[in-house]
Design a binder for this molecule. Structure first.
Ligand code: C5P
Length: 299
């Protein structure tokens, strides 16, 4: 018997970042939108906890207990006095170290899958608590849709979305480490007065209306200068997408994936084609949002 859970990638349509806190984290106003690029996490009872992974980036995925999927299984098992002896298989389609919460998706996916396999009866809030311990973006991977994350991003308020938004994602030739991008944010902001992060009401209204032009005008990412400082070539990718008619072009989260909002599927296809032929990125994908959170497919 096994359980498979499908779990989405995310793009941050707003990422407002405050000054570093005493614990090293940063307070955020983080508006997440789940998009239709997915990993599938399958758990099967086994002699001991182990992980395997397939997909184009599989070689870059750690298969030891540092993987968030393994940590999720261990955390849930510890809470219910169970042994975490499962084989976790990740069919990976979300870029690794890309700023699209691929690792967080696997953590949330493994948690939901183990929960279904073991029949723990854990409440949604308990699962969300475990997610928050695993990482700042993991709770959102469980719930999907759209949400405003505050605190370090783990305190979620669900947001209404009144339509489908069409996106193009350009994957870069190498990854960026999230802690390194936050460190660069701190370095660039040294001596400056960093305001407290505030969610944009225009952006929340644009999501609620399903209005791509208004959303395109409102998106922002405070980590973008830091990501560009560490990875200057991303500016060429952003320019190529803008020139092809994207309503907005921004770095996704801590990057280096770049995200392009399009008015409709035809325009998304045009932006995707222009990015493919620009020679400024490794792969290009289109995906629509919002997408549902972690979903059990069957056993
Ligand atoms: O929470 P998570 O483990 O995903 O965070 C990865 C790293 O990103 C943290 O170790 C920290 O360096 C940085 N981070 C941060 N502020 C946040 C979220 C993440 O500084 N709100």
């Amino acid at each position: 018997m096994s359980v498979t859970v499908r779990v989405p990638a995310k793009v941050n349509v707003q990422l407002a970042v405050g000054a570093a806190r005493p614990d090293g984290f940063h307070d955020l106003a983080n508006v997440f939108l789940a998009v239709g690029l997915h990993d599938e996490v399958t758990v099967t009872p086994a002699g001991e906890l182990r992980i395997s992974c397939e997909g184009p980036d599989a070689a870059e995925v750690p298969l030891d207990r540092s993987n968030l999927a393994a940590r999720a299984a261990e955390a849930l098992a510890a809470r219910y006095g169970l042994s975490p002896d499962v084989h976790i298989h990740i069919a990976k389609d979300i870029p690794v170290a890309g700023g699209m919460a691929g690792g967080s998706a696997d953590g949330a996916g493994a948690l939901a899958a183990c929960d279904a396999l073991w029949g723990t009866g854990a409440s949604r809030d308990e699962l969300l608590d475990i997610c928050a311990e695993l990482g700042s973006d993991v709770p959102f991977s469980l719930v999907g849709g759209a949400a405003l994350g505050t605190g370090r991003g783990e305190k979620l308020r669900t947001l209404d979305v009144g339509g489908t938004f069409h996106w193009v994602f350009a994957m870069a030739g190498r990854g960026l480490s999230t802690p390194a991008v936050f460190r660069e944010f701190d370095r660039l902001g040294e001596g400056l007065d960093i305001p407290d992060p505030v969610a944009s009401q225009e952006l929340i209204d644009a999501l609620a209306k399903g209005d791509p032009d208004a959303l395109g005008a409102a998106v922002s990412n405070d980590l973008q200068p830091a990501a560009l400082s560490l990875f200057p070539e991303l500016a060429d990718t952003l320019a190529a997408g803008r020139a092809a008619g994207a309503l907005a072009a921004l770095v996704s989260g801590s990057g280096p994936t770049t995200a392009f909002l399009a008015r409709d599927p035809e325009s998304a296809a045009k932006v995707a084609e222009a990015l493919r032929s620009s020679g400024t990125c490794r792969t290009v994908r289109t995906a629509a949002g919002p997408a549902p959170g972690a979903t059990v497919l069957g056993g």
